[in-house]
Design a protein around this ligand. Structure first.
Ligand SMILES: Cc1ncc(COP(=O)(O)O)c(C=O)c1O
Length: 435
């Protein structure tokens, strides 16, 4: 079995240069690091756009909502809007950023297991297209907030009882987690009846999100079967045929060469076939499908670039410490995920050895990549690039040790431009007002 192409998990524009550097969107990473400093996150605009288009091609006639929680900034909202996708948001913050960037509110769906009054107020004020009901208490709260004479389109989030997802902390299809309303214990059916009894709420469909980092179509097909069954029961009990079915996101990507990723065209074909088959059997019209990819759009389009600060050999271990860490990428600490960092900017003069790439934070758990091959001559000052860093890194970044969050730099057609500037000490101190 030949070794997998090391650039297979990088954006399509990635080119290894003769001097050991690597270019993204036509921009050498060493130039980018010299200009914007490190740590820095590079976002390949064309990769984001291509991935948006791949979803629209795979799911014609469906709604594709980019899940903003994966990564959101004004440019990302702008690109996604330009490509014709919708947006899945889960806070007033994400919503306001998107709408003030010109994202059409009717193409936005608001999620959240515990939506604050501010979230609901902002959603109604800005006119979001859909709100996904996640609990029965939310039904009365929302209905009471909808202005008289108007109706808010809603979906009910159903827990279909399907275990799927790359880690226990990102599995949301079974009853033992905080999201959604259970199909098994009747909570979903009860909530549906409650919503139908609210004149200011218009129930347009069902939603489910099984989890994240799912690399097989099978769980989605089971979800389609169970939700079509529920659509049929709703028609029987309430005489209503709901027009929409939102299957959420969770589409897995490869973080290291050779790892599996969800095959998008295959998923789409199988889901549509299962939906058509199930609806035909139940005598239901086929509902309009929706999906909510986050990671699969942003993840592979982002690359984190770090500078090596120290290399420490102790006993059997070699620790390569860089100028970022868990404050910009909490995923290894949270989920134990593994990455494939790469030396860029020079040609190595030594054979690879297994090392652990760690962050600069005062935390033993601040590990970015354990037991990975890097050149034995790795040294302070070197540049390390970590691919597949576009999702759930900066969106989950923290202020730990007050190091400041890295900038985001877009690359396309040989040009680099700053999208989000580095968080400065002044930014951090601006909030720190009391003595
Ligand atoms: C409701 C919902 N939709 C979509 C997503 C996006 O998931 P992913 O980034 O794995 O595609 C999430 C992630 O948590 C979610 O909670």
């Amino acid at each position: 079995m030949p070794d997998p192409d090391p650039l297979a998990i990088w954006p399509a524009s990635a080119v290894a240069l003769p001097d050991g550097d690597l270019a993204l969107g036509g921009v050498p990473l060493t130039e980018l690091a010299d200009h914007f400093g490190t740590p820095a996150y590079v976002l390949d605009e064309d990769e984001v756009r291509q991935r948006c288009r791949a979803y629209l091609r795979a799911f014609p006639g469906a709604d594709v909502y980019y899940a903003a929680k994966a990564f959101l900034c004004r440019a990302m909202a702008h690109w996604v809007a330009e490509e014709g996708l919708g947006l899945d948001v889960c806070s007033a913050g994400e919503l306001e950023l998107a709408v003030t960037t010109g994202f059409p509110p009717d193409r936005i769906v608001l999620h959240g297991n515990a939506k604050s009054p501010a979230d609901l107020q902002a959603a109604l004020r800005l006119g979001v297209g859909r709100i996904v009901i996640d609990s029965t208490s939310e039904i009365t709260r929302l209905a009471a907030a909808v202005p008289a004479g108007s109706r808010q389109k809603v979906l009910v989030r159903v827990v279909p009882g399907i275990a799927a997802g790359g880690h226990a902390k990102i599995r949301t299809g079974t009853d033992d987690q905080k999201f959604g309303l259970s199909l098994a214990d009747g909570s979903a059916q009860h909530a549906i009846a409650r919503v139908l009894g609210q004149p200011r709420l218009e129930l347009v469909g069902l939603h489910c999100h099984l989890g994240s980092q799912i690399t097989a179509a099978k769980p989605y097909l089971s979800a389609v079967r169970r939700l079509v069954g529920l659509l049929a029961r709703i028609r029987e009990q309430h005489g209503i045929t709901l027009p929409e079915l939102d299957l959420g996101g969770g589409h897995g990507v490869a973080y290291r060469p050779g790892e599996p990723a969800l095959d998008l065209p295959a998923l789409a074909a199988k889901v549509r076939a299962e939906l058509a088959r199930g609806c035909a059997a139940a005598g239901l019209p086929v509902p309009r499908l929706a999906v909510e990819p986050g990671r699969a759009i942003a993840g592979p389009a982002g690359v984190a670039v770090y500078r090596v600060l120290s290399v420490k050999r102790t006993g059997a271990h070699t620790f390569v410490a860089v100028d970022g860490g868990m404050s910009d990428n909490p995923r290894p600490a949270l989920y134990g995920v593994r990455y494939a960092p790469r030396l860029v900017g020079r040609r190595p003069a030594a054979a690879p050895e297994r090392v652990t790439v760690v962050g600069r934070h005062c935390e033993a758990g601040d590990i970015l990549a354990s037991d990975v091959p890097l050149p034995g001559d790795i040294r302070p000052g070197d540049l390390l690039a970590v691919p597949v860093a576009g999702a759930y890194h900066l969106s989950m970044a923290s202020g730990y040790n007050l190091v400041g969050r890295p900038p985001v730099v877009a690359v396309t057609s040989g040009h680099a431009r700053l999208l989000v500037r580095r968080e400065s000490l002044a930014d951090i101190q601006e909030r720190d007002i009391g003595l």
